[in-house]
Design a protein around this ligand. Structure first.
Ligand SMILES: Cc1cc2nc3c(=O)[nH]c(=O)nc-3n(C[C@H](O)[C@H](O)[C@H](O)COP(=O)(O)OP(=O)(O)OC[C@H]3O[C@@H](n4cnc5c(N)ncnc54)[C@H](O)[C@@H]3O)c2cc1C
Ligand SMILES: *[C@@H]1O[C@H](CO)[C@@H](O)[C@H](O)[C@H]1NC(C)=O
Ligand SMILES: *[C@@H]1O[C@H](CO)[C@@H](O)[C@H](O)[C@H]1NC(C)=O
Length: 184
């Protein structure tokens, strides 16, 4: 009995996935990255850094190592989940490529940067809270592990993050591997 209902559930989940694809995720209207940047600048209500902007170089070359530097059409700096959601929906529907950077510590070329596309700079997601009763810490993707450890120290608790303090929360949490270490 249990096996049957499990099977049915798996089947209906598959059904939902099939229904959603490809029309729900299909490209409605192919848009250029520069059109998308202009649209986001006008509607998102958050920092959109364009190549002519003063902060462009620091925003596009914030990644730890030169191999990960690139020339995004614009860098957007959201601070709320709603802004991220609106931007991703807009870009996905129009087939505009984008990349995401949290701590920017990955050396992989174009892993957390992009040419001819939109770069999400997640450094605005920089809050950390500790809920002592539940023993749960809520950590922003844009933080670096050093900031997280320092904050949690006051509660005498910690979390297993990166050994190197500048490594970001987002990339490490998603399971990115360390660069090759010649000593090991
Ligand atoms: C010098 C050095 C030291 C390191 N030390 C350690 C260490 O001590 N321990 C360890 O485990 N690892 C270590 N690493 C590896 C490190 O964990 C990875 O490079 C990790 O991806 C870095 O996370 P980040 O947020 O800084 O990276 P980023 O470069 O910002 O992102 C890495 C990848 O994750 C994706 N990503 C990031 N945030 C998000 C998000 N919010 N949503 C979706 N995708 C996202 C990016 O698109 C990119 O593909 C080290 C790397 C270097 C270069
Ligand atoms: C496609 O998107 C662009 C920019 O958002 C818009 O100007 C144009 O009218 C859209 N075309 C269609 C067919 O929806
Ligand atoms: C953390 O540990 C120290 C040393 O044992 C102690 O004095 C302090 O009260 C502790 N703080 C908390 C929030 O538990």
């Amino acid at each position: 009995m249990a096996r049957v209902s499990l099977g049915l559930r798996a089947f209906s989940i598959l059904g939902v996935l099939l229904c959603l694809s490809p029309s729900s995720y299909g490209v409605l209207n192919q848009t250029s990255a520069s059109t998308a940047c202009a649209y986001l600048e006008g509607t998102l209500g958050t920092g959109v850094v364009l190549p002519a902007g003063e902060r462009y170089l620091s925003a596009s070359e914030k990644n730890w190592v030169q191999t990960a530097w690139a020339s995004p059409t614009c860098v957007i700096q959201p601070t709320t989940a709603q802004q991220v959601s609106r931007a991703v929906k807009y870009l996905a529907q129009r087939g505009v490529h984008f990349a995401i950077r949290s701590g920017g510590h990955s050396p992989a070329p174009l892993g957390a940067n992009i040419n001819d596309g939109v770069l999400f700079d997640m450094s605005g997601f920089n809050s950390v809270e500790y809920h002592a009763r539940q023993g749960v810490a809520v950590v922003g993707t844009g933080l670096r592990w050093g900031d997280v450890y320092r904050y949690l120290d006051q509660y005498n608790v910690t979390v297993v993050g990166g050994r190197i303090l500048q490594v970001g929360v987002g990339g490490l949490t998603l399971g990115s591997t360390s660069p090759p270490n010649p000593d090991r």
